[in-house]
Design a protein around this ligand. Structure first.
Ligand SMILES: Cc1ncc(COP(=O)(O)O)c(C=O)c1O
Length: 406
């Protein structure tokens, strides 16, 4: 019988979480109408298909849960992560507004842009952003789809494999010293100086439509999942956070739709980059001092996206912070599937939500604190596949293709 490894997770319950009806502030930022609009646009792009939702009955049994559903964002548009839903959608909205302003056209559908109808106009447009890997890859993919120039800023800790994946979409790469937050500041300054459109997935108190459009795109994840679950509403949803856009984008539609019957919403972060948990404790956006090093490279954010925090502040019920070893073990657990489930390929950041669930379910105090029991149906967001295959192989011991062959 396989013994699951136990890891200690830090836990904070959010005293400000409101179980009542969706808040007016949150509804101003993210709402069902805007989600419908995002869905219409994104589902019209080439290669769109809902990502798979897998039931993992073996692991659910080992964790003494009724049901475990895993939303696998690895295959999203062939770019490896859920990020293809956010940055490219915000980019489309930026380009459509630019085209409308210059041509007077009232509606600018994305297929007209992709067909090259505005090629000359877009030849002078540059978009830019900073990234830990996945957001920049998604924006580069979108820029190639829509035909504009793209410059991506990478801090010094982003792996070569992730740089190569971004450059493959024709983006220019700028390397900056320091961590993610340093690269965010660098691209902000250069975009302002050069007149580039900054499609950034994080912002301070001056956040705007780009950050909310990105999160609105992420709303397709729970929307698809509920359809795939034939409207069986999970009791818990676990989503990992970097700057907070993913959990905010996933949780908001669930709160809006289910109000006080919403699932219990749990944010999972790396121990060394727990800016969301710190914000929950402080009651306002907080930063992580010092070293952000974590194997969960795409979650290595020290500062919160204020737009995401507007939502998470009263939406997220709990925050968990995990050691790196839990994520690595989670990757092997999904790959080896020792309880008879299908093997799943998940990257270091993509598996964080599952790692958080495993740690919580095996710890009697935390299990009780999160109301997890043998009647619980947990939905975890698997936010990426093997976005850096070399790192994946080092941790799991074999390449992604070998895992899928079983
Ligand atoms: C694979 C993966 N999961 C989760 C996240 C977290 O998203 P956010 O920073 O919007 O919270 C990221 C961010 O880059 C990511 O790449």
């Amino acid at each position: 019988m396989t013994e699951l490894k136990r890891f200690a997770a830090a836990h904070v319950h959010n005293p400000r979480a409101l179980p009542a009806v969706y808040g007016p502030m949150q509804a101003r930022l993210l709402n069902a109408q805007a989600l419908d609009a995002a869905k219409r646009v994104i589902s019209s792009w080439p290669g769109y298909a809902p990502t798979p939702l897998y039931d993992l009955p073996g692991l659910a049994g080992a964790l003494n849960l009724a049901r475990l559903s895993y939303k696998d964002e690895g295959p999203r548009f062939g770019i490896g992560s859920f990020k293809a839903l956010g940055g490219p959608y915000a980019l489309y909205r930026v380009l459509a507004a630019e085209i409308a302003a210059k041509t007077g056209e009232e509606t600018v559908p994305s297929d007209a842009i992709m067909a090259g109808r505005f090629r000359d106009l877009l030849a002078g447009v540059t978009v830019a952003c900073a990234t830990d890997g996945n957001h920049g890859r998604a924006v580069a993919w979108g820029a190639q789809l829509f035909g504009c120039r793209c410059v991506i800023y990478l801090h010094e800790h982003v792996s070569q494999g992730r740089e190569d994946a971004i450059a493959a979409y024709g983006a220019e790469i700028v390397r900056t010293p320091g961590h993610y937050d340093d690269s965010v500041r660098a691209v902000q300054a250069d975009s302002a100086a050069n007149g580039w459109h900054l499609v950034t997935d994080t912002a301070g108190a001056d956040y705007g439509a780009i950050q909310t459009d990105i999160m609105q795109g992420y709303g397709l994840i729970p929307d698809e999942a509920l359809g795939q679950l034939a409207d069986a509403v999970p009791s818990h949803v676990f989503a990992q956070g970097g700057v907070g856009g993913l959990p905010a984008g996933v949780f908001a539609p669930l709160w809006e739709r289910f109000a006080d019957r919403r699932p219990r919403l749990v944010v999972v972060e790396p121990q060394n980059a727990d800016c969301l948990m710190r914000s929950a404790v402080a009651g306002e956006p907080a930063t992580v001092p010092g070293d952000l090093d974590t194997v969960m490279a795409c979650l290595a954010a020290g500062a919160v996206n204020h737009a995401a925090w507007e939502v998470l502040d009263t939406c997220a019920d709990d925050f968990l912070a995990m050691p790196d070893a839990a994520a690595e073990e989670g990757m092997r657990l999904l790959a080896d599937a020792p309880f008879g489930d299908r093997p799943i390929v998940a990257g270091e950041s993509g598996v964080a939500s599952l790692a958080g669930l495993v740690a919580a379910a095996l710890d009697s105090e935390l299990r009780a604190a999160l109301d997890l029991d043998d009647a619980s149906h947990v939905l975890v967001i698997g936010s990426e596949g093997a976005t850096d295959p070399a790192i994946y192989e080092r941790i799991v011991g074999r390449p992604p293709a070998a895992v899928l062959k079983g």
